[in-house]
Design a protein around this ligand. Structure first.
Ligand SMILES: [Ca+2]
Length: 200
């Protein structure tokens, strides 16, 4: 069962060291990591699910959990205003950026939906990740904000976005969404942990 993730304390301890070593070697531009070990750190849901902070079941420590409320929409985790402000403040004429996160979700292979969405006043950009989460455990996802990452305007069938267009959207970003619904069954659950925005 999916809820088994809220048990294995052995794995949580083992994961702690690897996460720490990764943080030490990565060039993090935005010095803000969402580890959800105390609270939800301002994250919310973009329609169709209920958010809860869970003080266990993360990788390691706490995480945030979305539970589908039965609405016939794909629901998303929504980044807090503080993260959007930090992203807007980045020097977009410099290097490129990426979004990293650990996600565990019930899955029925609904791959043909945007997995990450960024919204600015002039563009909505979407991307589908080749891999997808499942309920066997957390998977790490790293989404580059570059043309080769597969970003499209408005829909997955939209016009491909250039790296410059993606950066422009980041510089005025008003919404950042990470998909939580991969199984359309009512009551589906997803867990999110370790969200970072960093240099590519
Ligand atoms: Ca955590």
């Amino acid at each position: 069962m999916f809820t088994a993730c809220e048990k294995s304390t052995g794995d949580i301890t083992a994961n702690r060291n690897s996460v720490s070593s990764n943080e030490n070697t990565e060039a993090v531009t935005v010095n803000k990591a969402f580890t959800f070990d105390v609270n939800a750190q301002g994250w919310k849901i973009d329609s169709g699910a209920t958010l809860a902070f869970v003080p266990f079941g993360g990788t390691p420590g706490g995480c945030i959990r979305g539970t589908d409320n039965g609405a016939a929409t794909y629901w998303y985790f929504k980044a807090p205003a503080g993260l959007l402000k930090l992203i807007r403040s980045q020097n977009t004429t410099g290097g490129n950026f990426r979004l990293d996160f650990d996600l565990r979700a019930q899955s029925s292979n609904n791959t043909n939906q945007p997995d990450v969405i960024i919204v600015s006043p002039t563009a909505t950009l979407v991307v589908a990740i080749a891999d997808e989460p499942n309920d066997a455990g957390y998977k790490h996802f790293s989404v580059p904000f570059i043309h080769a990452g597969g970003w499209k305007f408005t829909t997955l069938n939209g016009t491909p976005a250039t790296t410059g267009q993606i950066k422009k959207a980041l510089h005025t970003i008003t919404k950042l969404l990470i998909r939580g619904e991969f199984d359309v069954a009512a009551g589906n659950i997803a867990l999110l942990d370790n969200v970072t925005f960093a240099t590519l």
